[in-house]
Ligand binder design. Structure first.
Ligand code: ZN
Ligand code: ZN
Length: 228
């Protein structure tokens, strides 16, 4: 396979916000014209305006804020392309809360994470799960690390089943390393429910299917932060 190196400089224009000239943070896209900005920049701008800052199209006469949406794909790309950006953003937010003397939200605390994440598990496959599938054998035994990632930052998740074809987990509250990925979770659920393949299920957060390579930390930072 041929690889081609591209300079970050050349793609900067596509991953920066035209309002603050910084890299996109919490990328938010105008549904009408698909121009993307940082969420905070765009929301602030739309308090006084109802047009897109880039192309000036009228987003909506009176409720422009209802016609913009979080752009996960774009934010994923930005975080992937710009080394250290995600970490720097988390650090910045942490400092912001400290400065205001406010409690730092669990998802950016950096130690034990107390954010309760609501992930809905859902499956499309046909296989009927076996009733006697509750061998609570811990998969963590296979982990190489001696502490089973317990010293990692932790996340607490509630896995709610939203498919009638699938019974819920016996224990829907789980706590695991923030470094675990959505794929880990899928494998875990598939094992618990005796599914023939983890591809039979999707994990959703805020009604959105989560990519399998996302770490739970990433999910918390990008999906949970602005949840009302
Ligand atoms: Zn911005
Ligand atoms: Zn536009």
């Amino acid at each position: 396979m041929m690889t081609r190196k591209i300079k970050l400089w050349d793609i900067n224009v596509h991953i920066t916000c035209h309002l603050c000239n910084g890299y996109l943070i919490d990328a938010t896209t105008v549904t009408e014209c698909l121009h993307t900005f940082c969420r905070s920049c765009l929301v602030k701008y739309l308090e006084e305006n109802n047009t897109c800052p880039t192309c000036r199209i009228v987003i909506h006469q009176s409720h422009p804020l209802q016609y913009i949406g979080h752009d996960r794909t774009m934010q994923d790309i930005v975080y992937k392309l710009v080394p250290g950006l995600q970490e720097a953003e988390i650090k910045k937010q942490r400092e912001f809360y400290y400065k205001l003397g406010m409690e730092v939200p669990g998802d950016i605390k950096g130690e034990t994470c107390s954010a309760k994440q609501h992930l809905d598990s859902h499956r499309n496959g046909e296989t009927k799960p076996d009733e006697n599938s509750n061998k609570e054998t811990s998969e963590e035994k296979q982990e190489e690390d001696n502490d089973y990632h317990r010293s990692d930052e932790q996340v607490s998740i509630c896995l709610e089943c939203n498919s009638s074809k699938l019974r819920g987990l016996k224990r829907k509250w789980i706590r695991c390393s923030a470094q675990a990925t959505v794929l880990h979770l899928k494998k875990f659920i598939a094992k618990k429910l005796n599914l023939s393949s983890f591809n039979e299920l999707d994990i959703l957060c805020n009604e959105e299917i989560l990519g399998k390579d996302h770490t739970l930390k990433f999910v918390v930072v990008t999906r949970w932060r602005f949840k009302v």
